[in-house]
Design a protein around this ligand. Structure first.
Ligand code: SF4
Length: 335
């Protein structure tokens, strides 16, 4: 089980010619709580710049934490340093958006995959080669791929190499940061299906970070929606896609195309106005108030906490109950 409590990652803004002084902070992550049960997938969604990738990096301690607790399998990752952190990290691996940038172009696939196996002491001697072949099989690449270099593969194949490299360390948790957004639409489904198959075979737990709600729907058990450094809604994928409660989630969902042209032409849309405000200077009160069509006086003064609005369904909005009723009434009248 992964649990994240009140996670904050603030990057200082400094100014000065000779002596730097801190004049502010970019609040990339500002009080995030998450939990993922063993073997489940949490989809973390939001616009580009909302802080979701920073959450993934903070869990792995790839960026300095300002405060908060990250715990995985009774180990408090946020309290570890040095060798203890390196050892614990074997259980948590990352798949990156750009497989080409994350693979060393001078190493062939065999060395790329053998390195984590050797580093973590998981196999020795001839057994390392056997493990490399197993990893290639598990991600659907031919064994002949072992002697080739990253530039000789397509984008989808390179992402399969990235997945195999993550699996090489035999992790329990995988943080997949936009793992298919750099791929052709035709290849995206294949890679998502591969991740789902591997999860079933190996009992993996996933944090699946994406801006694409349609993709997340296919793989996630639960979804957390992030806006300007905080979680604004979280529940099961089923609930989120059928009965969203937060105005931001509604806007994101209404931008997802529906395959049926009849529904697509007639459905009600909530268009998201303006750009994401700067996390260095977030709006007062509810951070979404500058773009929310339901905004009222209270929203600018008081930051809404993430609260359980319906059983198992949490939203950070003062008026979530009212908004939910009005949406359901509109849906029932428009048919
Ligand atoms: Fe909109 Fe107010 Fe709810 Fe924020 S608290 S989402 S501004 S209605």
């Amino acid at each position: 089980m992964l649990t994240v409590r009140d996670l904050k990652v603030h990057f200082p803004i400094t100014k000065g010619v000779i002596f730097d002084r801190v004049v502010g902070a970019v609040r990339a992550v500002d009080g995030v709580d998450l939990s993922i049960p063993d073997g489940a997938t949490l989809g973390l969604v939001g616009e580009s710049g909302c802080g979701k990738s920073t959450v993934g990096k903070a869990i792995l301690r790839l960026v300095p934490l300002t405060s908060g607790v990250v715990r995985f399998d009774d180990i408090e990752l946020s309290a570890l340093e040095g060798e203890a952190l390196r050892t614990a990290r074997r259980n948590v691996q990352m798949i990156f958006q750009d497989p080409y940038a994350s693979l060393d172009p001078r190493q062939n696939v065999e060395s790329i995959l053998a390195e984590p196996v050797r580093t973590h002491g998981l196999r020795t001697g001839d057994k390392i080669g056997t493990r490399v072949r197993e990893l290639l099989d598990s991600v659907g690449l031919p064994r002949s791929a072992a002697g080739r270099y990253p530039h000789e593969f397509s984008g989808g194949q390179r992402q399969r190499i990235g997945i195999a490299r993550a699996l090489a360390a035999e992790p329990k948790l995988i943080i997949a940061d936009e793992p298919v957004s750099a791929l052709d639409v035709s290849i995206q489904a294949q890679v998502v299906n591969l991740l789902a198959d591997l999860q079933e075979q190996l009992g993996l737990t996933y944090l699946f970070i994406s801006h694409d709600l349609a993709i997340v729907r296919h793989i996630a058990d639960d979804v957390a929606v992030m806006y300007l450094g905080g979680i604004v809604e979280t529940t099961s994928a089923e609930q989120l896609y059928t009965t969203p409660l937060h105005p931001y989630t509604l806007a994101l969902l209404s931008a997802v195309p529906v395959p049926d042209p009849l529904i697509e032409d007639t459905r009600r849309r909530t268009v998201l106005q303006g750009d994401l405000p700067s996390p260095a200077n977030p709006p007062s009160g509810c951070r979404f108030h500058t773009r929310c069509i339901y905004v009222r006086d209270r929203c600018t003064a008081e930051r809404p906490p993430l609260r359980e609005v319906e059983p198992g369904h949490f939203a950070a909005c003062h008026f979530a109950e009212e908004i939910a009723v009005s949406i359901r009434n509109t849906d029932s009248t428009t048919g």
